[in-house]
Design a protein around this ligand. Structure first.
Ligand code: KG4
Ligand code: ZN
Length: 334
């Protein structure tokens, strides 16, 4: 049987990454160069710095990936590229690299939506089974998606304001914790107790979310306590915040599974690394006879392996881009 090799490039935020994926399932090689340490001192990603670092690193990351795989560009069947959504300057660097390679080696160029990548990171764990519900939780997205088959995405609901990862990062900042805040708040939460009274965010009948209210509640609480000269128990506040967030995410997702009669759940995106969320879903899925797939930790945050996995299915479906493909800061998942 002839195998399909996809060379994938991801540069939508602050990770420069190239991967080679075989048949949409097998990771041959992945290289991820994270700029996190550089951006950490600014307390968040600085777009201009990110694009400049992508320019400096992209060729090196590509060469390293090919070397690691012991393969050549000639052996690739197609080049998959994250065209959006993301930081426009960052996206453009990966896109130009992909277009140059496609032109030079005469390979098909396959456009991949960043969130399709996060979803298909789970295909590297186990082949996806349909119908399924995907909960996408990242720094830019919080969506519940129904998939009846490969590459069919029906959005049931999503955040009306802040994405969940964004709320984690802002809460971490007000607590004086380092960037990115999600992993730090997650760790602290496991060491604390749920003692602070915080609202359950947007507890209604929709599949939408809203995290700006709980974020503001944490910020106000911290400021009020400081004014009164009271100490904040950071671990307890992290635990209370995380419990509310996990409760609403799991509650709405489990309702969607029931309403749509779906027995397969996948979690995707950076916040899928959250231990509280993973544990809670594990228990609920066991109770409700739902099969849960979570990405390996290294595939939760941005990487090109997930773009290669999604890119394989896009390639098989005949999705192609010409060399006038442009990056998009925003675009619906389709
Ligand atoms: O998917 P991702 O790498 O980038 C986007 O596409 O947005 O997600 C990054 C986000 C950040 O907001 C980060 O704080 C959050 O994922 N994150 C976490 C955890 N690990 C990363 N949030 C909560 N708990 C974690 N363990
Ligand atoms: Zn992402």
């Amino acid at each position: 049987m002839k195998h399909t090799y996809i060379l994938a490039i991801e540069s939508s935020c602050d990770e420069t990454s190239v991967a080679i994926i075989k048949d949409g399932r097998e990771e041959i090689a992945t290289v991820v160069l994270s700029q996190m340490d550089t951006h950490a001192c600014f307390g968040g990603v600085v777009p201009e710095v990110a694009s400049r670092m992508h320019i400096e690193n992209i060729t090196m990351v590509l060469e390293e990936c090919l070397k690691k795989a012991n393969m050549t560009m000639e052996e690739m069947d197609a080049i998959a590229i994250t065209y959006g959504p993301g930081l426009i300057g960052s996206l453009l660097i990966g896109l130009e690299a992909a277009k140059t390679l496609a032109y030079l080696y005469q390979k098909p160029l396959v456009p991949v939506h960043h969130i399709a990548g996060h979803i298909y990171a789970n295909n590297l764990v186990k082949p996806l089974e349909f119908p399924l519900i995907a909960l996408v939780v990242s720094g830019g997205h919080t969506d519940i998606i129904y998939m009846k088959e490969d590459y069919s995405f029906e959005r049931l609901g999503g955040t009306l304001d802040d994405a969940v990862g964004e709320a984690y990062d802002k809460v971490a900042r007000v607590l004086g914790l380092s960037y990115p805040g999600g992993p730090v708040v997650d760790k602290l939460a496991s060491e604390g107790e749920d003692t602070y009274s915080l609202p359950l965010p947007l507890d209604d009948d929709s599949y939408n979310f809203s995290f700006s209210g709980i974020k503001s509640a944490v910020i106000n609480l911290v400021h009020n306590e400081k004014q009164r000269g009271n100490e904040i128990n950071t671990a307890n506040l992290a635990c209370s915040f995380q419990n509310r967030v996990v409760e609403i995410l799991t509650k709405k997702t489990m309702r969607a599974l029931k309403e749509y009669g779906v027995k397969h759940l996948i979690i995707a995106g950076g916040v899928a690394a959250n231990k509280g969320l993973r544990t809670c879903f594990k228990d609920l899925c066991e109770e409700n006879d739902v099969e849960l797939i979570v990405p390996a930790m290294k595939y939760c945050t941005d990487n090109a392996a997930m773009i290669g996995a999604a890119g394989y299915f896009a390639y098989k479906l005949g999705r192609r881009a010409t060399l006038d493909l442009n990056s998009k800061a925003n675009d619906d998942l389709k």
